[in-house]
Design a protein around this ligand. Structure first.
Ligand SMILES: *Cc1c(COP(=O)(O)O)cnc(C)c1O
Length: 376
C-alpha cells in the first residue's frame, strides 16, 4: 500500500460488536486477566487504542514495532536511556531540538552518561566516536536552519561499530523521509507537530525493530510516559489526513521559499528544496519531499516587530506542524535560553524567522507576506 492508503486504512481496530468503521475509544484502565497472557494496562503501552495507532505508524515508517508516548520528549528521553547508561558515551548534533539538547546537558552528568556535541555532518559524527560510544542522536532537517546530514553515511559508520542510531524525524514526517529504510535503527517523533497536525494534542512515538521496541518499552514501563485513550483516538483521526496535509504543506513551502528568495527585503532563505541551498543535493537523495519548514532573515530596512505585526493571516506563535501557518523568531522562542554568543556561533541570528507552512491557499499566504514586507 502507498502512504495515502496506509494513513487511512492501517491499524484500525475492527470492532466486531458494532462493525463501525472507526476504532472505538476504550476507556478502561482495568481489564480482566483470567486466561490471557498480556493483560492490557495504559502504562504497559498495550491498550487497544495505543496498539491501533502504533500499527498505523509502523506501516508509515516501515517499522516492525513501536511505542507511543505522552510527548515527544518522553519518547526521546526513554529511547536514549534504554540504550545508554553510566560510563557509556553518546554523540549528538549541536543543532538537535532544544529539549533534546537540554536533556543531555542538564541530566547526563547525573546518570554518568558521557556525551559529545558535534556539527551537522557525517564526518564530524564519525570523528567523535569513541570505543564507549553506544548511541548517535541526529535529526535532519534541523531546527531552525534546516541543515541536512547524510543519513546513509551516519548509519553505515554506526552499523560497522555496533552503535545504535536514533533519528528525530519530526520535521520531515514519514511522508517525506523514512530513515529506517536508510539504515537508521530507531526513529522518534514529536507527534505534537505534523502527526497531530491541528495544534491541539501532545504525544510522541518511537518506531524500530521488534527487539529494540521491547527494550524501549521495558524502560518506558519504569518511566511511565504513556498516552491516554482519548488522545490516541485524536492522533489516529489526524493521521488519516497526514499524507494529504503534508503533501499540500510541502508544495506551499516550496512556492513560499521561491517567493522569499526572490524578494529584495529578504536574505538567506533556508529551505532544502531550493537548488542553491547548502543541503539540497544530499536532501534530494534521502527525502521524497523537502518538507514544510523554512527560515529566512529580513534585510536591515525592515523591522522584524513591524513585519510580524503587519501579518494578517500568518500568526506569530511557537510550535509547528499544524494546518495553520505560523511564524516565530527562534532567538526569542526556541533558542531564547541559549546565550547570544552561542546563538551567533550556531547561526541563529536575532533576524532569523522560522515559518511553519500550513495548508491554506498559497496565494493568500504569499500576499500576506508581500504586504507585510513591502509596507514601510
Ligand atoms: C517539538 C519537538 C520535540 C519535542 O516534542 P514534545 O512533543 O514537545 O515533547 C522533539 N523534536 C523536535 C524536532 C520537535 O520539533
Amino acid at each position: 500500500m502507498k502512504k495515502e492508503t496506509i494513513c487511512v486504512q492501517s491499524g484500525t481496530y475492527h470492532d466486531l460488536a458494532t462493525r463501525g468503521v472507526n476504532t472505538p475509544i476504550f476507556t478502561s484502565s482495568s481489564f480482566e486477566y483470567l486466561e490471557r497472557e498480556d493483560c492490557p494496562y495504559p502504562r504497559y503501552f498495550n491498550t487497544p487504542n495505543q496498539e491501533a495507532v502504533v500499527r498505523k505508524l509502523c506501516a508509515l515508517e516501515g517499522a516492525e514495532d513501536g511505542v507511543l508516548f505522552s510527548s515527544g520528549m518522553a519518547a526521546i528521553s526513554t529511547a536514549i536511556l534504554a540504550c545508554a547508561g553510566a560510563t557509556d558515551h553518546v554523540v549528538m548534533l549541536d543543532a538537535l531540538y532544544g529539549g533534546t539538547h537540554a536533556f543531555a546537558t542538564d541530566t547526563f552528568d547525573r546518570f554518568g552518561i558521557r556525551y559529545s556535541f558535534v556539527a551537522t555532518n557525517a564526518d564530524a559524527v564519525a570523528q567523535a566516536l569513541t570505543p564507549g560510544t553506544k548511541a548517535i542522536v541526529i535529526e535532519s532537517p534541523t531546527n531552525p536552519l534546516l541543515r541536512i546530514i547524510d543519513i546513509r553515511r551516519v548509519a553505515e559508520v554506526a552499523k560497522r561499530r555496533g552503535i545504535t542510531t536514533i533519528f528525530d524525524n519530526t520535521f520531515a514526517t514519514p511522508i517525506n523521509q523514512t530513515p529506517l529504510a536508510l539504515g537508521i535503527d530507531v526513529v522518534v517523533h514529536s507527534g505534537t507537530k505534523y502527526m497531530g497536525g491541528h495544534s491541539d494534542l501532545c504525544c510522541g512515538v518511537v518506531l524500530t525493530s521488534k527487539e529494540r521496541a521491547g527494550q524501549i518499552r521495558a524502560m518506558a514501563r519504569h518511566l511511565g510516559g504513556s498516552l491516554n485513550a482519548t488522545t490516541c483516538y485524536l492522533l489516529e483521526r489526524s493521521l488519516k489526513t497526514l499524507a494529504l496535509r503534508v503533501e499540500r504543506q510541502t508544495c506551499n513551502a516550496l512556492r513560499i521559499a521561491e517567493f522569499l528568495a526572490g524578494h529584495n527585503a529578504v536574505r538567506n532563505v533556508n529551505y532544502p528544496g531550493l537548488p542553491g541551498f547548502i543541503g539540497h543535493k544530499i536532501a534530494s537523495t534521502q527525502m521524497t519531499g523537502f518538507g514544510a519548514m523554512l527560515s529566512f532573515e529580513l534585510n536591515q530596512g525592515v523591522r522584524q516587530a513591524d513585519f510580524l505585526h503587519r501579518l494578517q493571516i500568518i500568526r506569530p506563535a511557537v510550535s509547528l506542524g499544524g494546518v495553520e501557518t505560523l511564524i516565530c523568531a527562534p532567538a526569542e522562542t526556541s533558542h531564547a535560553k541559549i546565550s547570544a554568543d552561542e546563538r551567533r556561533r550556531i547561526g541563529v541570528t536575532d533576524d532569523l524567522l522560522r515559518l511553519s507552512v500550513g495548508i491554506e491557499n498559497v496565494d493568500d499566504l504569499i500576499n500576506d507576506l508581500k504586504q507585510a514586507l513591502n509596507d514601510k
